[in-house]
Structure formats: C-alpha cells, structure tokens
Design a protein around this ligand. Structure first.
Ligand code: MGD
Ligand code: MGD
Ligand code: SF4
Ligand code: MO
Length: 833
C-alpha cells in the first residue's frame, strides 16, 4: 500500500499498525511479550553473576558472511558470550565482529517465535488470504501444524501439479544440514519437485562474469590473497560493513599496496583509501569502457594473453554474428569425447582464425601466428576478428563522453587505465555496482578488462574474492533425481496471478518460506504482497524471529537458531575450507531445527522413507562422498576432530592458475557466441546486443528519466555495520543503533528545511518510509542512502522495501536495489496534511 493509494487507506493502515504492534509479540509468545522477555532477561542477568563452570563450543555465523568460527560460552544452560578463538588465525576465525559477538542475544529476544501458530481465519477449505496480516494468531501443536501443511500440499500437488507448492529461502542459514544449500529441507523440496523462488539478488554481476568465463566460474582468488596485491581497486563494496576482509587489505597496505575506492558515496572504505573516486551512480560500465578504450589507443593491452587465452583472434561470421567455424568452410564436424549428460559423442566444429604464418584460415587452437585484427575474405564473406568488434564497441566511449557520463575527470580515467594495465590488480568488485539494470554488462565489462590485461590466474590478480569453495555430495539433496524448478521471485506475482510460467500452465497455491524475509528484502514489497502472496491459499514461514513475512503467514513454525543445533558450514568468503558448528544450547520452547521440521513434514507427506538416516549419517555422507573432500583428504570424522579444515593450508587459492576456462573454447569468451538470459522463461531480449559489454542508463537513477522529473533524489541502500539484513535485532546492537536512519547531504537537507535529528519521510510512487535523518557530507548531493537492515515493524511508518523498484532487465533478471528515486520531507508525525 503506498501513500499514493490515497490518504484514507494510509490512515487506516497507520491506525491498524498502532493497534497491532503490541499485540504481535504477545501472540507470538503465547503469553505477554513483556513477561516472557523480562523472564528471559532476568534469568540471563541473574545467572551471569554466578561463577559455575562454563562450557565452550565452536560455533559459526551461518549466514553468507565470512563464516568466522568462534567460541560460544555457556553457563547454566544460557549462552553468556561469544568470542574469537585466538589461535585460529589460519582458519580466518581469530577476528569476529560485533554482529557475531552479539548474535546469541537473538536467541533470547522477545520477538523470538516460540510455538507453531496458525492464523485463526485460515483453514484448508476457506483460506481467506484477504485477512492475512491481521495477526489473529492461535497456538497449535507441531502435529496439527505439520498435518495441515501436508494435507494442503498433497491436495495442491494432486490437483495442480508439483510446482503448485513453492519454496523460498535466502540467506538466513547456509548449514549443510539445516540450511538452504545442502540440507534436509532442500532434500524435501527436491523430492517434491517444488517451485523454488530464485532470490534475484546479487545475480547480474555473476551472470556477466559467467557468460565470459564459463558457467559458475569467475577469476576470484581467496580473500587472503588481497594481502599480495600491488593495487587494490574496490568497486561498489563497503568492506568496513562486514569487516573480515579488511585485515588483508590492511596487510597489503602495510606492504605498500595502493588502495583506490570507487563509490559515489564516501563510504567507510573510501575513508581509509589512498584515493577515493566518486562516479555518477550507475555509470561504472562507462568508466570501464573508457579505460579499455584508452588502453587500446595507447597500446596497453596484453596481446599475448588475448591471442592465447581469449577468443580475440576468432573470426566472426557476419551473417550470424556467431563464431565462424570450420563447418562454415565446408569441413564437416568430427566426433569428440562422449557427453556425460547425453551419452552421445560431442561434435567438434572449431572456430577459425587467420594464421599469419601461413596466410590461411585454420582452427583456433592450430594457428602458429593467429591474427588479432583485420578483415579477411572467406568465400563470399568478409569476416573480422572478435577483437575488432570489441575495439569498435569501445570506440563509442571517447574520453569526452566518458567524462561527461561518469562525471569523472580525464586524468582519473587515464590513471585507472594505466593502473589496471599494470597487473596484478585485485579488483574487489561487489554488489553495489551491479544493482542497476545494466549489471550484467558491468560483469561482462569487468571480465573483458581481465581479458585485455591478462589479469587472471596469478596471485594478487582477482575480480572480487571467492565466496565458496567446498562442494559437498549433491546426491544427498537429490535422492530421487528430481529437482525443484527455479522461478524468479521478481516474476512470482505474475506467475501466481496468471497461473503460467514460460508460456505453460504453472498454478502455484502454497508457499513455504525459511531462512528468508522476502517482505523485508524483495523490491516493491507491496507488489509482492498484493500480487504474489494474496493469490496463494497457504503461506508457511519457518522462522526464529517474528518478521515482516511471518506477519503475513497462515502458519508460523518456530525454527531453532544456529547455536541450538549441530551443523557443517561449507560457504565462506574468508578462506577455502569446511568447518563444523557445535550445538551449544537446546532449542527453547517448541523451536526445532529446519532439518527436523523437514523430517516431520516428510513423515506426514508419506515421504519418511527418504529421511531414515540420522543427522550425523546425513552429514557424514554429504562430506565423505564429496569428490572434493576425498581429493583433499577430508572426512567427516577428521572434521569433527579438527573442527575446521582448510583445503590448501600453505597458499592462498588462486583461481584458474592453468588458464583453462570453463567455456566451450576453453578461453575467455569476451565476445559471447550464445548469450542467454540468466533465467529463461521465454522473455524477449536482443541477442546481438548482449554479445559485447555495453552501457545503457539505469531506469530511474539517471538524468533525464521520467522518474527524475517527479522524484529528484536518488535513493540507494547500504549495509549496516551492526546488522545483517533484517536479522540482527538484539538489545546491545539496538542500544547503539536504535532505529532506521537516512543519510542525506547537508545541501539537500538545507533546501528542504531539514535539520539534524529530524524524522523525515521519503516518498515515491511505490511507497514511503520514515526514518531519523543523518546529515552527512559523505553522501553525494542528490543521493539519499539508507541502511537496508530494519524490519518493517521497527520503522515508525512505511519501509524501504516498499520503495524499491521491481523493474528488471530481462537478461539479468536481477533486483535493482540502487535504481530508485524519491523525495524527502520532514515527517509530520503521521498527521493528515
Ligand atoms: N554488516 C553487514 N554486512 C553484510 C550484509 C549485511 O546485511 N550487513 N550483507 C551481505 C550480503 S548478502 C551482501 S550481498 C554484501 C553486499 O556487499 P556490498 O555490495 O559491499 O554492500 P553495500 O553496503 O550495499 O555497498 C554497496 C556500495 O556500493 C556503492 N554504490 C552504489 N552505487 C554504485 C555505483 O554505481 N558504483 C559504485 N562503484 N558504487 C556504488 C554504495 O555507495 C555502497 O557503498 O554484503 C554482505 N555483508
Ligand atoms: N533494499 C535492498 N534490499 C535488499 C538488498 C539491498 O541491497 N537493498 N540486498 C538483497 C540481498 S543481496 C540479499 S542477500 C537479501 C537478503 O534477504 P534475506 O536472506 O531474506 O535476509 P533477512 O531479511 O535477514 O532474512 C533472513 C531470515 O532468516 C531467518 N533465519 C536465520 N537463521 C535461520 C534458521 O536457521 N532457520 C530459519 N528457518 N530461519 C532463519 C532470520 O531470522 C531472518 O529473518 O536482501 C536483499 N534485499
Ligand atoms: S564477520 Fe561475519 S561471520 Fe564473522 S563474526 Fe561478523 S557476522 Fe559473523
Ligand atoms: Mo546478498
């Protein structure tokens, strides 16, 4: 519901909120919020004074962070503190941050979900989705909850097909047993063939990199390799908000490395840099294209690398714009090795190049002196090299245009080009840069920069830092061979409303959400609620805390926190390896680990046969049967003993050291032969446009857009140091950072009569949010910036996720969290104007 929907509905909602926020906690607890919260708090303080023996457990943060492994200390059955393991440097666990140290308070907070709950007005036959959100909860038993869910799911799948039950999970828990990657819930959703909602976050950059380097691969070194860089260029990443990688940046700087930060806003990282470069938001591709154009002009490119490891010399068929191949010259393809997927022999039809040594056209890998550039006549065709096509495209970015679009001076672009050509360079590219519609092309441009400079396969040369290293045995989560069907969350409203996906019937009736709070994180949350959720008969949310999404559920299941169950952690942006997290305390009240919930549901669904193994057996199989574990001498038993095992203890992991890329040619394919959308559901896109990196402006955050005329300020988000998405609300952190804030440049504040500490209201056509203003010259004029980490229930009114645009590029199918506009005014306390 947005402000523009009319003041009547807005007033109603405001009154409703006032009436319900206090009730909410009470319902969740099954008793008064203050009583239970107080009891927990008192128990906590009293026993903190005793000095009985303590037990220490090795635990990890299970969200998508650095996955520090640290000590959690328990006394009298309650966690008292979490602290770094001083001797754990090699495992990346000797540093932890405030969020890790205070995490255990999330176990004891008043909005902890404690019992299974059902919306009173919901029943299988009369679901009344229009009454969702009214918080008329009743406590039910686990047996009742799982029976109702299973009954509804069975009915849906029989009547409408497997996809009619959808599942959504995001970043809450990445554990191998209870998390979203390899756990028992993914096992259940695979067995059932559910529709799985792809989060559509952080995905455009990856897609742009993968289409050049090969699916799932990017030249990312281990984060500790930052320390070996000569130059570190940080693009759109605020390393100081997640802290852990900073230690290696600091090490590199001590050794004399230069740190350049490219960010429209003077971030915490920019404040520590040797140089801060402040481009216009959404213009990083132009910077990159300008740098590359300059490199070509000034002959700064690495020709050896281009010729030997990229498709630069490949001739392009002018009729198809695909690679010219031997079959185009009348040479029939030959049979290659057997394709493991089809069992059939592959066809070998190599792309061709011009060989200067013989003056003939030969298969790509057979040329002695492949030509980088030049037009050749082949039969009746005139063909040019992929490199020439790139150079042509780059020539659309002359210095003058680049400076105008990026608002950067010429010497900055020249310096960036010269610095980037002087490899190795660690480009720490993260997600702020790509949260615009042109994000795929940004990834593509970074990949092309690596190709032009040969900044790949060596220490100190990287495009961001690797995020995940360990591959477990995937058969564990796909015991029937069945798999979920992925659908983009950004399309979910359309799917639910139309009952179709990819041009085929696709009715969806139920949604199971775990480890995610989509109503606090998807863009245009109102659209998601009103189009997607409202069309569903059953929404189940498994949660540790009462979230924006839990409020809109029909059934809530109380999940155990990470510290309340043993698990294995495989994901990490800190170091390549695998570690355990121990169970420190029992789940309180009726909370259960997600894996246990999956087992209960499976029993009721008649799928219990797939869940006979114990948790230990499941983990053991996932680890021991992993090819990667076997080749690194890792066993589950060893892991339990050592708690944490690195893949390569001696040296930082370097990506693609052999320069063999995971593409059909085995080379860096900066000219894409078959560019495809990240998720293909039959949407239209221009294939030829996608072959090379190109700039197109953001939909809103750019001069001259329609949105600019009405909404003068660009609205962008950042991560809050003290919080993790919407899930870090604990009392110590809340003392430091009590409420949502909005950062604004002094000029913009002055023009609107806004002064320090005012509450302000940001508004756009989709929604509004109220926050405390922080007047801050670090923020670029014309931009306002909010930490995206608050629950809607914590705002005085509105929420940031309401204001975010859900428009997206059909190739990237990614959320554009930075591409928004708004106007900001002093908040009038919610009174009617
Ligand atoms: N404390 C904390 N840390 C987190 C998280 C959290 O919730 N809390 N979440 C984690 C997750 S899941 C993710 S995906 C990562 C995201 O990590 P980051 O991408 O580093 O996160 P942001 O804080 O959003 O930083 C984005 C930066 O991009 C800048 N930016 C915006 N537009 C542009 C642009 O056009 N060009 C350039 N060069 N910069 C731009 C912004 O000003 C901002 O400083 O953070 C992880 N770390
Ligand atoms: N405006 C804006 N929105 C954004 C972004 C942005 O930059 N700007 N960034 C996006 C990005 S990159 C990301 S990754 C997403 C993150 O979006 P989400 O992953 O949805 O993040 P959270 O809001 O923290 O929701 C995770 C929920 O999981 C719950 N949880 C934690 N552990 C467990 C567990 O063991 N079991 C269960 N069942 N639940 C658990 C937590 O209590 C929390 O409520 O947000 C996206 N949204
Ligand atoms: S840096 Fe990340 S993983 Fe480490 S303690 Fe902080 S939140 Fe946890
Ligand atoms: Mo993310």
């Amino acid at each position: 519901m947005s402000k523009q929907d009319g003041s009547k509905s807005r007033l109603t909602r405001r009154g409703f909120l006032k009436a319900t926020t206090t009730v909410a906690g009470a319902s969740v607890l099954g008793l008064s919020a203050s009583t239970a919260g107080q009891a927990l708090a008192e128990g906590y303080t009293q026993s903190a004074k005793t000095d009985e023996s303590e037990q220490t457990y090795s635990c990890s943060c299970m969200w998508t962070c650095s996955n520090c492994q640290y000590d959690v200390v328990v006394r009298d059955g309650l966690i008292r503190k979490a602290c770094p393991k001083p001797d754990w440097v090699a495992h990346g666990g000797s540093r932890m941050c405030l969020r890790g140290m205070t995490q255990f308070q999330r176990i004891y907070q008043p909005n902890r979900i404690k019992y299974p709950m059902k919306r009173k007005s919901w029943s299988i036959d009369e679901p009344h989705p229009e009454l969702r959100g009214q918080e008329d909860w009743e406590r039910i038993s686990w047996d009742e909850a799982t029976t109702l869910i299973a009954e509804k799911w069975k009915k849906d799948q029989e009547q409408y097909g497997k996809q009619s039950v959808a599942v959504h999970h995001a970043s809450g828990n990445t554990g191998l047993l209870n998390g979203v990657i390899g756990g028992l819930m993914p096992r259940l959703s695979n067995i059932m063939g559910m529709a799985d909602l792809d989060t559509c976050a952080d995905a455009a950059l990856n897609h742009g990199l993968y289409r050049v380097f090969g699916q799932g691969t990017a030249p990312e070194n281990e984060v500790t390799d930052l320390a070996n860089a000569k130059t570190i260029i940080v693009w759109g990443a605020n390393l100081t908000s997640y802290i852990n990688p900073w230690q290696w940046v600091a090490d590199a700087r001590e050794r004399g490395a230069r740190l350049i930060v490219i960010d429209p806003v003077y971030s915490g990282t920019a404040a520590k840099a040797d140089q801060w470069i402040a481009p216009r938001p959404g213009s990083d591709i132009v910077t990159l294209m300008g740098m590359m154009n300059y490199m070509v002009q000034e002959d700064l490119v690495n020709k050896d690398f281009l010729l030997n490891h990229t498709v630069a010399p490949v001739l392009i068929n002018p009729d198809t714009n695909e690679y010219l191949r031997m079959s185009d010259l009348g040479v029939q393809p030959t049979e290659g090795s057997t394709d493991p997927l089809t069992g059939l022999p592959t066809l070998v039809d190599p792309p061709v190049v011009w060989d200067d040594s013989t003056g003939t056209i030969v298969p790509l890998d057979e040329a002695l002196e492949p030509a980088l550039s030049g037009e050749r006549t082949i039969g009746n065709k005139r063909a040019r090299t992929a490199y020439d096509y790139l150079v042509d495209e780059l020539s659309n970015y002359p210095m003058e245009t680049v400076c105008e679009l990026t608002e950067l001076p010429e010497e900055t672009i020249v310096d960036l080009a010269r610095t980037s050509a002087d490899v190795p360079v660690f480009h720490y590219v993260f997600f702020g840069t790509q949260a615009y519609p042109n994000g795929v092309h940004l990834g593509h441009a970074f990949a092309t920069l690596a190709a032009l400079t040969g900044n790949v396969g060596m220490s100190g040369a990287s495009l961001r830092a690797a995020g995940s290293y360990f591959s477990f045995d995937f058969a564990q989560v796909m015991p029937t061979g069945e798999m979920v069907t992925y659908v983009p969350i950004l399309e979910f409203g359309n799917i639910v409303q139309s009952g179709e996906y990819a041009g085929k019937p696709f009715p969806v009736k139920s949604l199971y959400v775990y480890s995610a709070n989509p109503l606090g994180g998807v863009p245009d949350e109102g659209k998601f609620r009103d189009e997607a959720l409202s069309g569903l008969d059953l929404v189940v949310v498994a949660e540790t805390q009462y979230t924006d999404t839990a409020k809109y559920a029909d059934i809530i299941l109380p999940a155990a926190h990470w510290y309340e169950t043993a698990d294995v952690q495989v994901l990490s942006i800190s170091w390549p390896g695998i570690r355990i997290t121990e169970k420190a305390v029992e789940p309180p009240f009726e909370c259960k680990p997600d894996g246990q919930i999956a087992r209960l549901l499976a029993d009721k669904l008649g799928l219990g046969e797939y869940f006979q193994m114990s948790d230990e057996e499941f983990l053991q199989a996932a680890v021991d049967n992993s090819v990667m574990a076997q080749s690194n001498g890792i066993t589950y038993e060893r892991l339990l003993e050592e708690k944490s095992v690195r893949l390569d203890v001696e040296n930082p992991m370097i990506a693609v050291p052999d320069l063999k890329f995971n593409t059909p040619t085995g080379r860096v394919e900066f000219y894409c032969e078959h560019p495809v959308p990240r998720m293909d559901y039959g949407q239209e896109y221009d294939v030829d446009y996608e072959r090379l990196p190109r700039f197109f402006p953001p939909y809103e955050a750019w001069p001259g857009t329609e949105a600019e005329q009405k909404w003068p300020l660009i609205l962008m988000s950042e991560r809050h140091t003290g919080r993790w998405h919407t899930s870090a609300n604990c009392s110590w952190i809340s003392e430091l950072y009590p409420e949502p804030t909005l950062r604004m440049n002094p000029e913009d504040a002055k023009a609107r009569g806004i002064v320090r500490n005012d509450y302000v209201e940001a508004t756009n056509s989709r929604g509004y949010a109220v926050a405390r203003v922080v007047i801050d010259p670090a923020v670029r004029p014309g931009v306002v910036m909010y930490p995206k980490n608050w629950l809607k229930l914590e705002h005085k009114d509105g929420a940031w996720s309401e204001m975010c645009s859900a428009e997206f590029d059909p190739v990237g199918v990614n959320s554009n969290f930075m591409d928004n506009r708004c106007e900001v005014a002093k908040w009038n306390g919610g009174e009617q104007e």
